[in-house]
Ligand binder design. Sequence first.
Ligand SMILES: Cc1cc2nc3c(=O)[nH]c(=O)nc-3n(C[C@H](O)[C@H](O)[C@H](O)COP(=O)(O)O)c2cc1C
Length: 210
Amino acid sequence: MDDDPATFRERFQQALQFRHACRAFEPGRRVAQEDIEYVLEAGRLSPSSLGLEHWRFVVVQDPASKEALQQACAGQPQVGSASAVVVILAREQDLAPDSEYVATMLRREAPGPAEFASLLDFYRHFAQHNDVTAWSIAQCHIAAANLMTAAAVIGVDSCPIGAFSASAVLDALGITSRADVVALVVALGYREHAPAPKQRLPLSDIVEYR
Ligand SMILES: Cc1cc2nc3c(=O)[nH]c(=O)nc-3n(C[C@H](O)[C@H](O)[C@H](O)COP(=O)(O)O)c2cc1C
């Protein structure tokens, strides 16, 4: 980071203020490929429980596919008018405790075979007693937050879309395998209108120090 820390601190705050759930994108204004990659890189670098990188990103730019996605997202117009729509998929089949994927990923976290065996045991037990799909979707939401903040850093607007029919989204993407589940849809583009002022509870209402 070659920025002066004070400037960096301020820029990050500005990005958080700039980001809003953009409900109308400027028609026809494209987000450049290098900017899409900047945004996706923030998703890739996101933290994930056990380092399992629970996500895949499908970038939709083709107008007919965006239109199909809009229908899958309760007709929300920001999906169709976005320059690009990132569908974040949570890996489902890959996260089965005996999968090759889990073995590969957990091996990265374990310094040797004994640690790997114990981590895998821990994960097997965890997977038996928890809702792995819900847990993976939560990890994907962390990646989504980073995607949207990264977009804001470079002046790209976004809207997270949680109101969707998962099966219709997969159909719109032409995905038939059902190996993954839809975690979140993120529309990207440039705002058509100035956003309404941000509404948030003050820190004093939501923070306790003990
Ligand atoms: C997981 C999630 C799902 C959301 N789903 C939708 C959605 O389907 N449509 C929409 O317009 N906004 C959606 N939003 C945006 C929120 O409504 C918005 O973030 C919130 O009202 C705060 O406004 P702001 O983001 O503009 O500050 C979603 C946000 C999150 C985090």
